[in-house]
Design a protein around this ligand. Structure first.
Ligand code: ADP
Length: 505
């Protein structure tokens, strides 16, 4: 089969054929539910298709889990907890998490390719994700020893505080960082001594399934269970299950609120990592070239599909011209295309539904009087017509209370605001329901510190973006969430305190 047109240029067919070939090597053999260490069909026998967003082709059919499957998975997790996992020592859990990290590293390229096929992120981005997965397991392998109970003693008083795992935790994850989000959930839950029932997003179930094939003989049966399926069919019963004592969710704020309502039925503890609309504050002293690099990364990495994306730019008047000029050049200079190719900067969005969502906001921005400085449409390239592509977009001139500014677009769309009065600017920067992240670009340490403190958000970057090191807690203020991940204190969110008081005569 010819993979390129006569003149050697990329065609839709050449992309499809590259992707089919890659899929043959990496799509997992098992696309069923993983319960009690076994691959099982859904009780209904039904499946759903997961699509490749670059080509629109079906990658695999996956078991469509429902309530009966969630029941089985919770039971398997409970049995594993009661019979084995609750008896494991920290050292044993540490060894298992370390072995998982090793296996992930051994399979890095394969897992990254699978992530690219199912999600659309570039291979370079997927490789970074998989490195981060291994890092998570390694970090929490070490962290198992960092948290412990304590004693309370004084004359006539002796008591101890034991930290106990919840037993079975329910974990629901999104599609933007499929395997990375699984690792953010599984590593601390297992390190703290829990068993998990994990529900991947319906758009991107494959990397988690392949991961389980790879670690199947490392993790005792029933300690990790995966129920693939749709949110309302598999996620909803998981979040209402009375056998689940802790829920951890990453996804949209709307669904997070629903999970919280469901959790209320059984008074189940919740950790939520939700949406964001993060401000990037650029001070007058910023170096324009460096600022452009940080801003482009903040909004265009992962095709803008990051909760922590910097999506509102507040640039000081004095440096607005060179920075906007640089950003237009950066946006227009990015290679949008096949995410399997090393030279691609921006891959497709995860699904047609997500493209439509972005386009709806752009339409609304146009009606709201926005000026499009760059992008705003699909790339003008026949070869990409079958995929979910959107060009990197810069928008200026919207009122800050416009819905396209207030709501999370989750695409490569940056909204620009110029400022010269710090207090007025900061009022706007904080005038959203979200508070996940923010950032400041300046070479003045005092300004950096002041702005970092003024932004109402859980994670602030100074002269960089997206970098997250295990050990620095990650989580939201306001409607961006509850709880913290990525750090030793995450273990506290996966355990509960029990006080034991001794009667002393
Ligand atoms: P997005 O809007 O970006 O697709 P969602 O918040 O809808 O993100 O999805 C994140 C995760 O939540 C996915 O695994 C999805 O299946 C799940 N989910 C969606 N709706 C529900 C629900 N009603 N109950 C539980 N889980 C849900």
């Amino acid at each position: 089969m010819s993979t390129t047109s006569d003149d050697g240029a990329e065609t839709a067919e050449s992309i499809r054929s590259r992707h089919r070939e890659a899929a043959d090597d990496v799509v997992p053999e098992h696309t069923q539910l993983y319960i009690g260490g076994e691959w099982q069909d859904a009780a209904s026998g039904e499946t759903f298709d997961t699509l490749n967003p670059t080509t629109g082709e079906v990658l695999a059919s996956v078991a469509r889990g429902g309530e009966a499957d969630v029941d089985r998975a919770v039971e398997a997790a409970r049995d594993a907890y009661d019979e084995e996992w609750s008896e494991t020592s920290r050292a044993e859990r540490q060894a298992i998490l370390t072995e998982i990290a090793d296996r992930v590293e051994e399979h890095q390229e394969e897992l990254a390719t699978l992530e690219t096929l199912d999600n659309g992120k570039t291979l370079m981005e997927a490789r970074i994700d998989v490195e981060g997965v291994a890092e998570q397991f390694r970090f929490f392998a070490g962290a198992t020893n960092s948290r412990s109970g304590h004693t309370r003693d004084e004359p006539g008083v002796h008591g101890e505080v034991i930290r106990e795992p919840y037993g079975v935790v329910g974990q629901i994850i999104p599609w933007n960082f499929p395997l990375a989000m699984a690792s953010w959930k599984l590593a601390p839950a297992l390190a703290a001594g829990n068993c998990s029932v994990l529900k991947p997003a319906e758009q991107t179930p494959l990397s988690v399934l392949r991961f389980l094939e790879i670690v199947d003989d490392v993790v005792p049966d029933g300690v990790v269970n995966v129920v693939t399926g749709y949110g309302e069919e598999a996620g909803d019963p998981l979040s209402r299950h009375e056998g689940v004592r802790k829920l951890a969710f990453t996804g949209s704020t709307a669904v997070g609120k629903q999970i919280m309502r469901n959790a209320a039925e059984n008074v189940t503890d919740v950790t939520l990592e939700l949406g964001g609309k993060s401000p990037i504050v650029v001070h007058a002293d910023a170096d324009p070239e460096e600022a452009v690099g940080v801003i482009a990364m903040a909004i265009f990495a992962n095709t803008g599909e990051c909760c922590e994306a910097g999506s509102r730019l507040f640039v000081h008047e004095d440096v607005a011209e060179p920075i906007l000029e640089g950003l237009i050049g950066a946006a227009e200079g990015m290679t949008v295309g096949d995410p399997l190719k090393e030279e691609t900067d921006v891959g497709p969005k995860v699904s047609q539904e997500q493209v439509e969502r972005t386009m709806r906001y752009l339409e609304s921005a146009k009606e709201g009087g926005a000026t499009f400085l760059a992008g705003g449409d699909a790339p003008d390239d026949e070869a990409l017509a079958g995929g979910c592509f959107v060009t990197p977009t810069l928008v200026e001139g919207l009122d800050h209370d416009h819905e396209a500014v207030q709501e999370e677009i989750f695409g490569p769309v940056l909204e620009v605001f110029r400022w010269d009065d710090y207090d007025e600017m900061m009022e706007l920067a904080n005038d959203v329901d979200y508070g996940l992240a923010g950032g400041v670009i300046t070479n003045d340490l005092e300004l950096a510190d002041r702005t970092a403190r003024d932004i109402e958000a859980g994670y602030i970057w100074v002269n960089t973006w997206h970098e997250m090191s295990p050990g620095l807690p990650y989580g939201g203020y306001k409607q961006s969430g509850i709880g913290r991940e990525l750090s030793v204190e995450t273990l506290d969110y996966y355990t509960q305190a029990k006080s034991v008081k001794y009667g002393l005569e």
